[in-house]
Design a protein around this ligand. Sequence first.
Ligand code: CP
Ligand code: NVA
Length: 302
Amino acid sequence: MKTRHFLTLMDLQAEELRMLIQRAMERKRLKAPYEPLKNRVLGMIFEKASTRTRVSFEAGIVQLGGAAIFLSPRDSQLERGEPLEDTARVLSRMVDIIALRTHHHNTVERFAEYSEVPVINALTDRFHPCQLLADLQTWFEHRGDIRGCTVAWIGDGNNMCQSYINAARMMDFHLNIACPKGYEPEKVLLQDAASHVSLTHDPKEAAKGANLIVTDVWASMGQEQEQQQRFEAFRNFQVTSKLMQLAHPEALFMHCLPAHRGEEVSAEVLEGNQSVVWDEAENRLHAQKVLLEFLLLPHSFG
Ligand code: CP
Ligand code: NVA
């Protein structure tokens, strides 16, 4: 059987994605000890910083009965020039599944090509699919199905925004994207999702009537040198209470975190009663545990 990877949401069928969300909600509710991954090892290579993704994967695999090995480039031979393809072949003969956080999306694709075991994208410059599992779970927990809803993305057309574009196609919701000129998501993704996505440069237009407002940092990891220029460009893209008031009265607010209060979101919104960011962060754990099980024990998903 061909090894299945999770490099973008599109690596799942829409029905599989729905099933993973349901299973994650069930498992979270049951809280019962469950250790189907005894003796399984998750290898983790993180070339960028992480709090949530690292801890949710490490805690998650342990709770499922397995163990994790964390490598940063500094403590592996990668930084000394060992080719990625060699690393993928060697590691995948030793561990059962690998999570990789890196810069270029192409790196996870190349790694997966040479890996004998499933590879999970733990964030690249193009996509952050694990975060979408948690965001969708959070929406389903609070509001039920997302089909037919309107989500407003306010900010950078980055890895999170592009993952939302994939989610809109797969889960059949509409995504209003508002980003500054020059910070749009990739054209090809917009074209492929044309019936599910609208693009504007006006945050108010995007937020109007939306059921969910989502944002992310103005400068992603690796873009630190662009910070000043980005702050100028994104000045009018803060999610404030005023912007939230344009949305549906029962709208929720999400942010993958880490958040910068007073930049992409006001403290009032982040801490306000429409914000579900702490549930969203917790759900990284529940959703990824189900993802690990799905990739390692596909038969248990019938
Ligand atoms: N949201 C998210 O991926 O957070 P970390 O960078 O802390 O993993
Ligand atoms: N867009 C952000 C997400 C962090 C979880 C980044 O890539 O840094």
